[in-house]
Structure formats: structure tokens, C-alpha cells
Design a protein. Sequence first.
Lengths: 570, 187
Amino acid sequence: MHTELFGVVVSFLLTVILAIPLGKYIARVFAGEKNITDFMQPVERLIYRFSGIDPKKGMNWKEFLKAVLTVNLVWLVYAFFLLLFQAHLPLNPDGNPNQTPDLAFNTAISFLVNCDLQHYSGESGLTYLTQLFVVTFLQFVSAATGMACLIAMLVGFKEKTTNNLGNFWTYFVKSITRILLPLSIVIATILALNGTPASFDGKDSIVTLQGDSVHVSRGPAAGMIAIKHLGTNGGGWFGANSAHPLENPNYFTNMVEVVSQVLIPMAVIFAMGIFIKRKKFAYVIFGVMTVGMLVLLVPTIISEIHGNPQIAKMGITQATGAMEGKEVRFGPAASGYWSIVTTIISTGSVNSMHDSAMPLSGMMQLLGMMVNAFYGGCGVGLLNYFIYIIIAVFISGLMVGRTPEFMGHKVEAREVKIAALVTLLSAFLIKGGTALAAYFVAHHANIGWAVQPANWLNNPSYHGFSEMLYEFTSSNANNGSGFEGLGDNNIFWNVSTGIVLILARFIPIIGPIAIIGLLANKKHIPDSAGTLKTDSLTFGLMTFAVILIINALSYFPALALGPIAEFLSQ
Amino acid sequence: MKKYFGPAVRLTLVMIVLLALCYPLLIAGIGKLAPGNGKGETVTLDGKVVGYALVGQKFTDDKFFWGRPSAVDYNAAGSGGSNKGATNPDYLKLVQDRIDTFMVHNPGIQKSDIPAELVTASGSGLDPDISPAGALIQVKRIAAVRHLPESEVAKLVEQHIQKPFLGLFGPEKVNVLKLNVALEQAK
């Protein structure tokens, strides 16, 4: 067991060690300083010229958001129609069918918003064309959108007074050409050399050693699996995601995948410190996030290694821990670590089935998604954290009786209102959605729908409730993992989570960008003795307390009905 | 919004060519260098392909080492776990049944020695591995059915134990298909 724990510790340390230089590099790229990938400049110029983009033209926050929303709308329409007609398009060696309109709606939105909730299984629900031209494509561009928005926020932090947040198109293109694509090529190469399929051959059929006839799904998966992690997307090539032995062949690839998904979220924290020339501010944020992660991680690993108490009662020792839904080559420690990492940073890929995790672990996974800002998603993690900062600044201001300030700008009613609305939206979407679903299960279980609510849940009692809560929490966090027992490929779930996904992606992007646009426009006030120091340990604690209080108030009752009740009843 | 529509569409076209066409083709090219040429590495017995090295198979016959229970019956056309919750009564009954079945097929073993992975379904339904203890506990049965000395079968298992990555990280494991192929060759 100690080699398993050692693997987890080293995976985490390796991420930090790699994130520091990557952060420096990211800061240089976006500050326009000389760096090792400047050979991409001619390619970028070609892209700008072909697209009719003037890379030097600045944008204010409204123009910036308009560009973001327009291009996202184009991608949504494009993805939706490809999915609807995929059966008739090329690269469909397995003869898979079209997606139904409600499933295509859900899938297109889900990948557009960096969530990758999958209400289908990759082996039968997509073709190689849609795997590449919809899924892989959106995994790149949604991650780059998040990064571009983050850079706009950092420009707002950095400048004293400005209405220019920079050019969305150039941030976007550079995120792809300088960061996501080069890193993806490295990770995809490692995966391919370790046995993940990369060729375009279709399903193989074989007769097994024992004489059974089976099929083996394959396809050009390695490239997609690389960006799925680097871009904190999480949608798998195969139904079982990174638990699938072709998607994640061995312990080494598991380390590579788990490191690569945290890498950019962590690196951008360090990049921020350098970019805005406030390293201490970044370190404090990194500290708060790391403590937050540990609080969720430690109980998870303990309960998974300990095994299922119900199975212990049957007289089984469980020396290898709780193994339902887990793979032998990873074991309970690496599976527990992955399950927390993937939920705090909004990846949502899995290397074990969360539905079968211990009740306490399930709660920690839910909490990771509810907070959604311990490291957080590619770019958007820091945007989410920024909302908590604004609220912490506001409350601190109230406590000391001064007008709150952040980065030399007065934080006033309008900004705080936006931050509060963004926070409340999460609670509303998660609890409202779950309540609606639970209402149908409780009161209209046998309503005449194609899939009756009585057949939605794969588990009875508290755990069944957790399945619904998890689905909406995951949608709201743009996470994409699931308690996959839930029967979610039907109109109710496809449409309801689709709506949650789109609101929960764009409002938490629009909110922070608007706040920073408004703040950056205000007169700059130099620091004085009375200024609240946002880079102090005290303020870090304050932010942590705000995160704790907001999430406890918002979600404790829902958690009590699900995982807490299940934990106490076992 | 209109002002941004033209650049948005054209940038999308460039990115599709770059990310959905060039990138996967490059990786497919690199994949040709991998074992199995990027199509997945196969395992052969007497020159015949009997499976994929990484994809687990169903073994129910007493003369083979058994792998883990599977929610998809080891048909790799799909994949997935049982998604049963830890406290689900139906699920717990199923685990009890698996324990009882295992006891019947492996007389003389201690119930507490049965490793958890042999009575629980994997996440993918295609787990190719079991723990070394999971293989060793089946040695007695295999030896009896195949009329081989127990020591010889045990030795075969020992040879197939894969150590942690670099000897430091992660669990030990045994690839069930490769072990069974070796068993067939030993007869």
C-alpha cells in the first residue's frame, strides 16, 4: 500500500514542480516577451490575416465579451448539426447512428462549455468524425476561451486605469498555438507509445482464449485524451473514460494524465503572480487552494483504502481497499486522488466510477465541484476564485468600516451585486434542478415519458438522491463527471442539464469580466496604511472562511439528504 | 455581435483544420511507432490472436485463472462499471453470491483470504489485471484441474507479477490473459 501512497504524493509534487516553470512561460507569452515558441509567430500572423483579425486592436470589457459569445455561438451551431447527421458523414467505421436532437443539444453544449457531461458512450454514441471535429475541436477551443478570459482579468488587475482588456482573438490563438497544442502533442505521444490507440481502424472482432466472440472498440484516441486533460475537459473517448485500459493503460500513464489535468490550472496561478507583479498574492491563493484540496483529499483516500464496511462484514479482508468501480492497476489511493483532483478542477474525467465510491468520498467529490475554485478549471478556476475574493474584500471592508478596495480600485455596490448574483446562481441551479428531478421521482415516477422517472436511478434511498444531486452539481460546475448509474440520456436530463450548463458557464465568465472591466475603469488609489492587504495570510484565511461559509450555507441541507445520511446509516 | 461574426467563422475554419485534422493525423503517425502500430497491442497463442494485451477477458472455466467480475461481460464493444452504491442491498447480495461461488469453486481456501477485486466489478468492465494474491489463491484449483504440481503453477504466477512502476509507484498486479496464455503453453 505504501507504493500507492507514494505514487499520489509524487504525482502532486511533480505537478507543482512542472507548474512553476510553465507559469513563468505562460506569463512571458501573454506579456509579449521573448520566449521559446516565438517560431510560431508566422503561423499566428497567417491565422490573423486569414481570419480578418487585427491583433493590435484592444477591446473594452463589453467588446471582449461580445467576441467570446459570438464565437461560442458559431461553435454551438456547428457542433449541434454535425452530431445530428454524423451517421451519414465520413469516418464512421462502426456504423454508429445519429444523435437524437435532445442528446445532440446536450452534447454540443456540454463540450462547448468545457464540461463534457456525456449522456452517451463514446464507443456507440459518436463517430470518429464527431470525436475529432466536434469533441477534440471543442476541447481545445473551450479551454482556450477560458484562458483568454483569464488573461483579460489579469490585464485588469495589472493596469492602473484602463478600459482596454486586450484582444480576445490573440489571447485565444496564443493559448492554442503556444500552450495547449504543444503540450497536447507531448502527452498524446506518451499515451500512444504506452498502448493507447491512435489509428483510424474501426472495431476489431476477436475470439478470446476461452472461446467467446467479442468486439474491441478503438480509434484515434490518444490525441483526444491528451487535450481532454490539459484543457480540464474530461470527456472520454470510451464510455469508461480513463478507467478504460486503452484510455489509461498503466500506472505511468495514470500519473501523466493526473498531472496533466492539474498542470495548467496550477501554472496560471504562478503566471498571475509574475504577470501582475504580485507574487505573494499568487502564493497566498495557491496556499488556500492547496489546503482546500487536502481537506477534501485526505478523508477520501482514507475511506477508500479502508474498504467498504458492508463487505468487511461478509468476512472479506479487503487488503487492496474498496475495489468496486476501480481498476487493479491504479488501486484505491490513486483512484481517490484522481477523484478529488478531477472534481476540484472541473475536468470530470474519471479513473474509477464515482457512483461506487464510499459515501464520504462521494461527498468530498460533490464539495469539490460545489466550491469549484480549488485550482479550478482551465482559466476559469481563477475567475471563480476571483468572485470569492470580491466577497471576502466586501466583508472585510464591512468589518473594518472602510470602503473596500482591490488592486487599487474601490469595490462598490455594483461589483458586489454581480459577485453575489454569480454565487447565488450556482446554489439556485444545483438545488433547483435537483429538487425538480426529485419531485418527478417522488410524485410522478410512472408518468408516461419514454424513460419514466422510476427508472432513472440505479441505486435506492439516499444514494439515489445523491445521483441526481451529483448530476446537477457536475453540470453547474461544468465538471462532467457523474454518478453514472443515473439514466440520463432522455429528454428531461438532456434538456435540464443543457440549460444549467450554458448558464453556469457563461454567467461566471461574464460576471468576473464585467467586474474587472468596471474596476479597471475607476481611478487608481495608491496603497496606504489603511489599505486592506489582499496578499496577506489573514486575507487568505478570510477568503477560505468565505468559501466555507457560502458553500456550507448553500449546500449542507442537500448533502445531509444524500451522502451524509448514507454515511451515517452504514 | 455582427462585427465579430466574420472573424469568428473564419477563425473556426482554421482551427478545425489545425486541431481536428492536422493534430490527429500527426498523432496517428507517431502511433505507428508504438507496439501494435497504434491499433492496440495483441496477444497471440500458437500464432493466433487471442486478445488485446490491455483489454481483459472473461474467464469462467475452472482451468483458467479468473479475472474480475464485469458489468459489461468483458465485451469491449462498450465499457463501464456497475455504478452500484456501497450501501445498495441488491449489490451487497450480489457480492455475497460471488463470494459463495468462489468458495465452491476453490475448496480449501479461507474466506478472509479472498481479495476484494475478485468479488467486485471494475470501473471499465475490462480490467485486465488482478492482484498477486488474487492469482495465488486460485493456484490450488488450477493445479488440480490441470494435473500440474502446485509449485509449478505458483511459479508461473510469480513470473507474471508486474512490480510497481519503477519499483516505487502504484500497486503490484498480474495480467490475467498473459498468465492464462502462459498456462496453456505450459501443459
